[in-house]
Design a protein around this ligand. Structure first.
Ligand SMILES: [Zn+2]
Length: 377
């Protein structure tokens, strides 16, 4: 089947993260079982009770080990939501050598290329195990991939993780971490500050300390990244109940993206120290730090075989990504992971997402080469 046709069938299945991905999984399952893959489904219920499924399909030589893959092609089945007035969201539309539709580049384009590549591969002659890993809930925090990691569902030597990179191989990525901070004070009439304690003044002092931490971390540089250091962001802040009431509570979010080699917890520890410092000056300073997410950065060595192969095939030097991917979970499963896919991340989450047809075809060829290189020789 032409890669465009596969992509149009994938895009037609609404698989936004809030819905069950059972329908797209059953489509994928049928497609790969026809080729002789053994399929394992790993279902779970998300926090709202909706059924989600991770799927692992493997093919290999006689007597192969299903739990151990030489090469895995990894793509997430969910997409971000789309505006109701985007009429093309679920019907792939071609204009000027580009295919428009939700998920066309993030990440159904990669999945279509992977299916096309395995269809063209001489699977009968596989010498080593080839796996296709299709996950759920990537767009809401790589939750499906984390389950695969926690369950040690398989071990992988080389993993190509599909994400739009305009076909540049990406061998390293920053981590992604999030904490919720609640600073408490004591309410009172604003005309009499001494009767209360302002949670907003307290939070402001902490934010100033957080900004100093951000400055300090700029010295821990990784020149391959843009920007070349860990970044911090207080993205939301909310506190107080009225203009003439001393604020009793102030909440904020702190997000940080650590560079490889720096532990994800480091920022948390520095902020905890800053809180202690506040407490040493203000005995009833009350502050809760709740870590919501702590995804480590990942890095595959520049001289790893998969990096070398993909650099040769694409003609481009391996780079780094600043956005979250499933590469860390694949690394935890033993893989040298490289992120690669058709389309541009900058158009990925917007209305009018598209994938260039040329890149879709090129990606199919690159994946076919990787299968040949790692599993057929
Ligand atoms: Zn994606």
């Amino acid at each position: 089947m032409p890669v465009e046709k596969t992509l149009s069938e994938l895009v037609a299945i609404n698989s936004v993260s809030a819905r069950s991905n059972a329908e797209i999984i059953s489509y994928l399952r049928a497609r790969v079982e026809e080729l002789g893959f053994h399929v394992r489904e790993l279902p779970y219920r998300d926090e709202r009770g909706v059924e989600k499924i991770n799927m692992i399909a493997v093919a290999g030589a006689e007597g192969f080990d299903e739990g151990q893959a030489e090469l895995a092609l990894v793509g997430h089945t969910d997409t971000v939501p789309f505006a109701s007035d985007w009429t093309e969201a679920l019907s792939l539309t071609e204009r000027e050598e580009k295919l428009y539709g939700r998920g066309s580049c993030d990440t159904k384009g990669f999945i279509a290329a992977a299916l096309t590549a395995v269809e063209s591969a001489a699977l009968k002659h596989l010498k080593r195990t080839l796996a296709l890993v299709f996950t759920a809930d990537e767009e809401v925090g790589c939750l499906g991939a984390k389950r695969l990691m926690d369950a040690r569902a398989l071990s992988v030597k080389h993993a190509i993780v599909g994400e739009p990179t305009s076909l540049q191989p990406m061998r390293a990525g920053k981590g992604y971490c999030l904490a919720e901070i609640v600073v408490r004070g004591r309410e009172g009439h604003s005309a009499y500050p001494s009767v209360g304690a302002s949670a907003i003044f307290r939070a402001a002092r902490l934010v100033t300390e957080i900004e100093k931490i951000a400055e300090l971390l700029k010295d821990d540089r990784r020149e391959d990244f843009d920007p070349p250091h860990t970044t911090l962001n207080v993205g939301l802040i909310q506190g107080g109940t009225a203009k003439n009431i001393i604020a009793g509570e102030c909440r904020m979010t702190l997000e940080w993206r650590p560079v490889p080699g720096q532990r994800a917890r480091q920022v948390f520890e520095l902020v905890s120290q800053a809180v202690e410092k506040q407490r040493s000056r203000d005995a009833d300073y009350e502050c809760e730090l709740n870590v919501v997410r702590l995804d480590e950065a990942t890095e595959t060595p520049a001289d790893a075989p998969l990096v070398g192969l993909l650099e040769t095939e694409t003609g481009r030097a391996a780079g780094t990504v600043a956005f979250g991917t499933e590469a860390p979970q694949m690394t935890a499963l033993g893989a040298h992971a490289v992120v690669l896919g058709p389309g541009d991340i900058r158009v990925a989450h917007r209305t009018g997402e598209f994938v260039p047809i040329k890149e879709l075809h090129r990606c199919t060829e690159i994946l076919a080469r990787a299968i040949e290189h790692f599993c057929l020789h």
